[in-house]
Design a protein around this ligand. Structure first.
Ligand SMILES: Nc1ncnc2c1ncn2[C@@H]1O[C@H](COP(=O)(O)OP(=O)(O)OP(=O)(O)O)[C@@H](O)[C@H]1O
Length: 803
């Protein structure tokens, strides 16, 4: 083929140096198959030709003039000419030939690709004679004029890098351009590209550009402005197709200006002057951004730089040329925006560890252990939703069941607040000391102040034989859920933002920002309720505190089995009303006051809008049922209903003992009186199970029953009335070990699995918790002096706390 090329070189003068007639090419091989003599002659000719060529090369290297012979040596890629009559060379490549004058190329009209890098060319006018030229590479030359040639119609790629061009000109005639490389020139302004409507790749690295301009509307996918004099990012807003951007080695201080590049996947900002990590917020919304290089910026010096950037740009897969690992992403989120579970886990861990470091605290508690949870009622909801007032009122009205658990806080008291009643007001220092002493069950920081519930506060209530009623924010609930306490959680949620905001304002205690924060948390509660069915045992709208209290009271009385089962429907309805309202579509209820995006619905506290006879109500009802209840099949529901019925019967004495096993497996009262018993005494299982139920009131984990009323009944029914009813129904021979009234009947309740822990015998006897309702018929659960004849009670009383 080489021979063919040479032959063709000798023949091309008549048409074009790069053009050969098909006949001449096909003939050439035949000439080679002649006699030996001819072969020898041929060899000589060849040698002469090679000699001539080497002389030519030397000559042209000296004066830099390209001859057709040398040009011929750079030709390649045969193709057929446009008219189909000739074979033509499509490519001419002569890199590094010291060429200055390439005017001979005017004859090479069929060239489609011309590569003349690393020469000394100044004049490119020959290109005007190459109408078919598609690719032009004249990098590393001495060209100072920009596109000084007639535009080849299909010229798509031009490499003019490493030349001496100082000015761009209008390239409207070169509309086919898709790739333009102008690196290492002396350009100070980007211009003339407006009509290059196919330009996808533009590189202007290492010029003298101080401002990005003239790029509007270009379909650029790749833009390189590395090594210029840019101080800010501008003029990129309309580059909607940009996928990769190189702005490294400039003097950029801010990432502002990048925020609209929604398709960009790679940004190189290496060696700039970006100092603040916060700047990454400007590119936070670039969801396609996977690879970012910020090496060599001052921000790199900041502590936790990498983690902070990863947190702000969580979709990155490569940062500073290093792969972002899944572990890094998790650490970043846990560090800067930990999920509620993580916050709660940390809080719980802290208090648990500090508690375990205090052996005297460990054995000092009367509170039950992990297998015998203590009954608590937790009212939760956003700040100032009324939960504190409702908690106080509830404890007042149901004082035979509940007492208010007073939390500690580092905030100073508001007007009218009393230390020890609303909160224990302590200094920050004291609060920290208490943490280190393992005093808290949970803590939380809200509005810059610390809040915490101590084990002592719960025990104060427990000692009275009552259930502890507390109020707290959602974080506290998450934390409490990790402890062995298994309270009932009631969410009090404002559904009318306006009313709630007014209420916050009317207190005159909060700044605008605090009010906004409190309002924003409504959604957090609503989302938690939606995404975690059963997380809250009840949800009550809190817009009208009187109404809310009535509902709350009824719900709690229902828990306590103080309400007839049919009355529960009312409670149910109130919750359903809220839930229904939460799911009202705007068109169904245009005046809905609160839009909760997380719930995808609107909230209204109005119960009148919900007419149970309406078909829409019924469909809402079933939807909400499905949403709020854990996913239970019909069979499961039937089974629960049946068990519920059996429990009721057991409670009223119709079926004593039927559920003894069930209650065995649930909570047990704190003191392990089994140890106190005479070894010969027969252990009455029914009495034990029934009384243990008392301690499990309000304490069955919500996951077991979620918000389903039926399961709530199962759990709650055991508090209060149960004991009385049983007491009434059971004869003394049914309860052979029943204590005398006034001696603390629960002190005799056996807890066979309760462990005696070291040190428990040195602690004072603490009362069982809670013993249920204090009524005239039932003996008071408040601890009465233990019979001195039963000294071993002390040993069992010191059941440990969680752990
Ligand atoms: N131990 C705790 N853990 C978590 N949150 C708590 C705790 N104690 C109190 N809180 C909550 O902290 C928030 C701020 O309490 P604070 O009493 O300062 O506010 P408030 O304006 O009086 O609101 P509220 O009327 O709801 O109590 C309230 O929502 C409160 O329920």
């Amino acid at each position: 083929m080489k021979r063919n090329e040479e032959t063709s070189q000798q023949q091309l003068s008549s048409v074009s140096p790069s053009c050969v007639s098909p006949g001449s090419l096909t003939d050439a091989p035949c000439a080679e198959s002649t006699s030996c003599v001819e072969e020898n002659t041929d060899m000589e000719v060849k040698q002469v030709t090679l000699y001539k060529r080497s002389v030519d090369v030397k000559q042209h290297k000296k004066d830099g003039v390209l001859t057709s012979e040398i040009a011929g040596s750079g030709l390649s890629h045969l193709g057929i000419s446009g008219n189909g009559r000739h074979y033509v060379y499509c490519v001419l490549s002569l890199p590094n030939h010291n060429l200055r004058d390439v005017s001979v190329l005017c004859n090479y009209v069929h060239l489609q690709k011309l590569e003349l890098p690393h020469n000394k060319i100044k004049d490119l006018s020959c290109v005007s004679h190459m109408p078919y030229l598609v690719i032009l590479n004249v990098s590393h030359n001495e060209i100072s004029t920009f596109f000084e040639f007639q535009p080849p119609k299909n010229l798509t790629e031009v490499n003019l890098s490493h030349n001496c061009i100082t000015k761009m000109k209008d390239l409207a005639a070169y509309f086919a351009l898709t790739k333009l490389d102008l690196d290492y020139n002396s350009l100070s302004e980007i211009c003339g590209l407006q009509q290059c409507c196919r330009l996808r790749h533009l590189s202007l690295a290492h010029n003298k550009i101080s401002r990005i301009s003239g790029l509007d509307g270009l379909p650029l996918a790749h833009l390189c402005l590395r090594g210029n004099q840019l101080e800010r990012i501008e003029g990129l807003e309309h580059l909607k197709n940009l996928q990769s951007l190189d702005l490294s080695q400039n003097r950029i201080t801010s990432l502002s200006g990048l925020q609209n590049l929604h398709l960009v996947g790679f940004i190189n900002l290496e060696k700039n002057l970006v100092a603040e990590i916060e700047e990454c917020k400007h590119i936070h919304n670039l969801l396609q951004l996977r690879d970012l290089n910020l090496l060599g910026n001052p921000m790199e010096e900041q502590p936790d730089y990498r983690l902070a950037v990863i947190f702000l740009l969580q979709h990155l897969t490569v940062l500073d040329q290093e792969k972002v690992t899944a572990e890094e992403k998790v650490s970043a989120v846990n560090e800067y925006d930990p999920p509620l579970e993580v916050v709660a886990a940390r809080d719980h861990m802290t208090h648990l560890v500090y508690e375990l470091m205090q052996p005297q605290v460990l054995y000092d508690s009367t509170l039950p252990s992990a297998d015998s949870p203590y009954p608590m009622l937790v009212l939760t909801g956003p700040q100032c939703c009324g939960k504190r007032e409702l908690a106080h009122r509830l404890c007042q009205e149901l004082s035979e069941y509940f007492a208010y658990g007073t939390c500690h806080t580092t905030r100073s008291p508001y007007f009218g607040e009393e230390d020890g009643i609303d909160y224990y007001f302590v200094s920050e220092e004291d609060f920290q000391t208490m943490i280190h002493m393992g005093k808290f069950v949970q803590t939380m920081k809200y509005g810059g102040h610390n809040y915490g519930l101590t084990r002592d506060a719960i025990e104060d209530v427990a000692r009275k034989g009552l259930g502890c009623c507390v109020h707290m924010e959602l974080e506290g609930v998450f934390s409490l859920k990790m402890s062995c306490f298994q309270p009932r959680y009631i969410l009090l949620i404002p559904t009318q933002v306006g009313k709630y905001t007014d209420h916050l304002k009317s207190r005159g205690l909060y700044s605008e920002a605090q009010i906004d924060f409190a309002v924003s948390r409504i959604e957090l509660y609503a989302n938690t309720n939606k995404q975690r069915p059963g997380f809250f045992d009840n949800v009550i709208p809190s817009d009208d505190w009187e109404e809310a209290y009535q509902t709350l009271r009824q719900v709690v009385r229902e828990y306590l089995l103080l309400e007839e089962p049919e009355d529960r429907q009312n409670n149910r309805t109130s919750l359903d009303n809220l839930s229904t309202a939460l799911h009202q579509q705007p068109e169904e209820k245009p005046s809905s006051p609160l839009s909760m995006s997380g719930m995808g619905a609107h909230v209204s506290p109005s119960t009148t809008a919900l007419n149970p006879s309406e078909p829409s109500y019924r469909s809402h009802f079933s939807r909400i049922q499905a949403e709020l209840s854990p996913q239970k099949s019909l069979v499961e529901l039937a089974s629960i209903k049946k068990r519920e019925q059996l429990v009721r019967e057991a409670i009223v004495g119709k079926r004593p003992g039927v559920y003894s096993q069930l209650f065995n497996s649930s909570a047990q009262t704190a003191p392990s009186s089994l140890n106190n018993r005479d070894p010969g005494t027969h252990y009455d299982q029914d009495s034990r199970s029934d009384t243990s139920r008392a301690s499990s009131a309000l304490s069955v984990p919500s996951s077991a029953g979620a918000s389903s009323a039926s399961v709530e009944l199962l759990d709650i029914s055991v508090l209060g009335q149960t004991l009385d009813t049983l007491k009434d129904n059971m004869t003394s021979d049914q309860m052979p070990d029943a204590p005398h009234p006034g001696t603390g009947h629960l002190a005799t309740v056996a807890s066979p699995s309760s462990d005696r822990r070291p040190g428990s015998n040195v602690k004072p006897i603490l009362p069982p918790i809670p013993t249920g309702r204090k009524t005239p018929v039932a003996p008071s659960p408040i601890p009465s002096p233990r019979p001195s004849s039963n000294p071993t009670v002390e040993e069992g009383a010191g059941a440990s706390t969680e752990g």
